[in-house]
Design a protein around this ligand. Sequence first.
Ligand SMILES: O=C(O)CCC(=O)C(=O)O
Length: 403
Amino acid sequence: MKGAVSSFRAALRFSPQFSESYSNLAIALVDEGYDGGDEAKEQAVGLLRKALGIDSDNEAARETLGELQGSSSACTSEELVFTITGAERGDQQLESSKRRQIAKKFKECGVISVRGALKSAFLKDLKDAQEKSFRDFKKTLARTTDAEERSKGRYEVKTPLAPPFVSRDLLENFAIKGLADEFLQTPRAEIDTLSSVTSLPRTPAQHWHRDAGFLFPGNEAELPPHGVVIFMPLIDVGMKNGPTEFLTKSHIPCRKSREQELKLPDLDVHGNPSGGVWTVDECPWATERFVATGKAGDAIMFDLRILHRGGKNVMDQERPMMYITYVNEWWVDAVNFNTKQTAGFDKYHTSLRKAVARLDSLEYTATLERLLEEKGVNTKALQSGYDFNKHDIGTKATAEKKW
Ligand SMILES: O=C(O)CCC(=O)C(=O)O
């Protein structure tokens, strides 16, 4: 009975004008000694649907509807891949029910893919520019503060801060940026990393990892993501050139004691288990894998906390992808890419380094400025006019002015 009553209570919250019929139904069910369960749920769902017809913008009602329908949510490719329509491209906005559906799937599964996110003319410019930047990097393959070998044969290289990388076509793409803002629940997101990840020909699969961990490890609170990563393949990606694999729902935390051992076998080019097996400890709901095959110009968007890895590239061709991280303004990435530090940093006692890293990084810039000034360079001319208010820098008006 408890189930039926709480279902009706939930329905009632959203549409008081139906209160009479809700309570009549609830009373009838109580009178008949109905013990809750599917039938009660179905009736509540019907009533909520009716309520939604009247108030189609009622987000909370829609969420409850999902709960009542028992969303042991599916995170299969069919559920996670969305295609931009010509009308949406024309309007420069996603159809609102689809946007809501994408946000729901992202919240439940931790990853979605938007097919055709980038326009083909722009995609070509981006691909050419990335190719050039990677060609320059390949001459040394050196680890610097701008480049890292993420795993054997897989390189992440920061892009030049210039078009087409720093452009509204890429960074304010209506689908990608609109969704990132929605997923992060803020209009004040900042880009933490703008780079590309390329796996060389014949590169093995990567280790399973999270790009950044949970904010409060072991705490069960379901918080919104602190960052959203976007992978944009610059060529078509099939099973042979190493699609990224995701363990869906692994962005939702649980206590350590609830984690279970999970075996994740490597996959062959047909998607069948073959070769090695990875053993990980994950929450009980994280069991399904989403393999993000797709086309050049898709945008695979994932929660920074989700477990994932790059697949094996068995082809003789590189597999390049753009990589963007939109993060909340208050979050700092302490894991990926080293910051520039002074030579003096290495002389600090190791226990002090963590605490002074930010200060020392600023000191590095100040040192460079001093040296340049000694050589007669006007460093003020290299700097912004500081004609902005740091707090408002994310507003549309400021963005217009800058770009
Ligand atoms: O190469 C890929 O598909 C994924 C790369 C990745 O996840 C990483 O380097 O963090």
